[in-house]
Design a protein around this ligand. Structure first.
Ligand SMILES: Nc1nc2c(ncn2[C@@H]2O[C@H](COP(=O)(O)OP(=O)(O)OP(=O)(O)O)[C@@H](O)[C@H]2O)c(=O)[nH]1
Ligand SMILES: [Mg+2]
Length: 479
């Protein structure tokens, strides 16, 4: 039985076609590790390289919209004694706003949907029943996310709006007797000019060809014939006009979530429309119109996760970065004796006395040629880009370990010029493998002037010394 299992595992590993990979992964999880052949491991590595860490999402494009406001209602009180009662249409509720909150427990943008929309407010109803407001939407995003707006939203219904202080425009509501429904026509009124003295008035240019714009703002009493009636836009509620102005001239946002718990309003919600009592006056006791709710704000955003840590660990695959972070902090990334064990960045926290903390980022291994997308590529370097201190982890037991340091530095420079100028330490790991590590250490000391700290992350030897050095550097940068 065991030999059948082993053979199938080998057969699966020989076949490098993509289709078999999920099966192989599935299969390998279910056989004991002593049955793994080196072939299987090699193929596993190939699969990882092909995936380029794609199970970890650090870049995402999202469309976010606030909820629309509910419509106001046109309704009148009616009973036996009072067949023509007062207007009693309720107001529409506000839509939900969308907030982003930085959360240090979120590690990837994986869980952020590509479309985020808050719910709409409910419509008003008769008998003065106002529509309830919708709940705000709070989206948790990983600490260190950088947000950029990549597309200006288009609110076509605002194309014709010109917020010109001093000019006045009236909306004429007109009924065409041939139509069943009352329709509104938006006409520019030439006669009325600057005399009103109200600043926030605006002009609507008539555009007959665009039917879709009709009835955008107003709701009419069903089947009620409305003869010519005019309404100046200055009678619109102030928050309604403010919101239209805000939509038309909204500024692009850019934000860097660098503090845990930071809450930022991303999209405002649409204002609810007023019910018909709002339009009632001594001259017009039976207003047959109400306001529709306005749509919520929409933004197209690009989110990029750039981890924030005090210290960034950089090293070739298998150098012992994950072993080091495990021995000094609360992070527990996977450790294994083959390259590219780590596929996502990890953040470990080292706690000192007096509630002082230092964070360290472990990222996937970088190899020579990473800038040409070799290995896992160097896109993960963005996760140490914001670390003020770099800790190079070198495998001291390897042949010519100084070459690794040189290659790492050149990859860092190719990724971002000047990155290697940051304060740094060199951790010479695997110093417990005396046979090779000792002569390498001696050569390093005599041939270079780069200071190194010999360490055994596995046996937790000398790691405290490294932490003390790193803390000194972190503290000196804070001053
Ligand atoms: N002898 C010895 N082995 C070590 C030491 N540190 C790490 N190792 C071993 O080296 C292998 C790789 O360690 P990892 O910590 O997974 O290395 P890594 O740099 O995180 O590797 P990637 O995640 O693949 O980039 C494991 O088998 C560790 O047990 C050490 O100080 N001494
Ligand atoms: Mg690792």
């Amino acid at each position: 039985m065991l030999s059948i299992l082993l053979n199938s595992a080998r057969n699966a590993s020989d076949n490098s076609s993509l289709k078999l990979v999920p099966f192989k992964e599935f299969f390998l999880k279910r056989i004991p590790c002593f049955l793994y052949s080196t072939d299987v491991k090699r193929n596993d590595l190939r699969w990882k390289l092909r995936a380029k860490g794609s199970n970890f999402v650090d870049h995402r494009r999202v469309i976010v919209s606030g909820g629309s406001g509910g419509n106001g209602c046109v309704s009148f009180l009616k009973d036996l004694r009072n067949p023509k009662g007062k207007p009693n249409g309720g107001n529409g509720g506000m839509g939900g706003k969308v907030y982003f909150v930085a959360d240090e427990n979120e590690k990837s943008l994986n869980s952020i949907p590509s479309k985020i929309s808050a719910k709409s407010g409910e419509n008003g109803k008769g008998k003065d029943q106002h529509g309830p407001n919708a709940k705000d939407l709070i989206i948790k995003i990983p600490l260190g996310t950088v947000l950029r707006e990549i597309d200006a939203p288009k609110y076509q219904f605002l194309d014709d709006f010109e917020f010109e202080p001093g000019s006045t425009t009236k909306i004429k509501l007109k009924e065409d007797p041939s139509d069943d429904y009352a329709v509104d026509e938006l006409l520019e009124d030439e006669e009325v000019s600057e005399e009103s003295g109200i600043d926030r008035l605006f002009k609507i240019v008539k555009k007959e060809e665009d039917e879709s714009k009709k009835n955008m703002f107003f709701k009419f009493y069903p089947s009620k014939v409305i003869y010519e009636q005019s309404l100046s836009l200055e009678r619109l509620p102030e928050d309604y006009v403010d919101y239209l102005h805000h939509l038309k001239y909204q500024e692009a946002i850019e934000y860097d979530f660098s503090t845990n718990g930071e809450k930022v309003l991303i999209c405002s919600s649409g204002i609810g429309g007023k019910g018909n009592p709002y339009f009632g006056s001594a001259a017009n006791k039976y207003p047959y119109i109400a306001l529709n709710g306005l749509p919520g704000q929409t933004r197209v955003l690009e989110l990029e996760l750039k981890t924030i840590a005090d210290v960034g660990l950089v090293g070739m695959p298998n150098a012992g970065k994950s072993t080091f972070i495990t021995s000094v902090s609360n992070a527990h990334p996977r450790i294994a004796p083959y390259p590219f064990t780590t596929l996502n960045p990890y953040i470990g926290t080292v706690e000192f006395d007096r509630a002082q903390k230092m964070t360290i980022a472990d990222i996937p291994g970088i190899i020579k040629g990473a800038h040409l997308n070799k290995g896992l590529g160097h896109s993960f370097l963005k996760h140490i880009e914001r670390s003020k201190i770099l800790a190079y982890v070198i495998d001291l037991s390897k042949e010519n370990p100084w070459e690794d340091l040189r290659d790492l530095k050149s990859e860092l420079e190719l990724y971002k010029t000047g990155l290697t100028n940051r304060p740094s330490v060199v951790i010479a790991n695997k110093a417990d493998l005396h046979e090779t590590a000792r002569p390498n250490y001696e050569k390093w000391i005599s041939n270079t002037n780069i200071p190194i700290i010999p360490v055994s992350a596995k046996e937790a030897k000398n790691v405290k010394k490294v932490i003390a050095m790193l803390k000194k550097l972190v503290d000196s940068l804070k001053q």
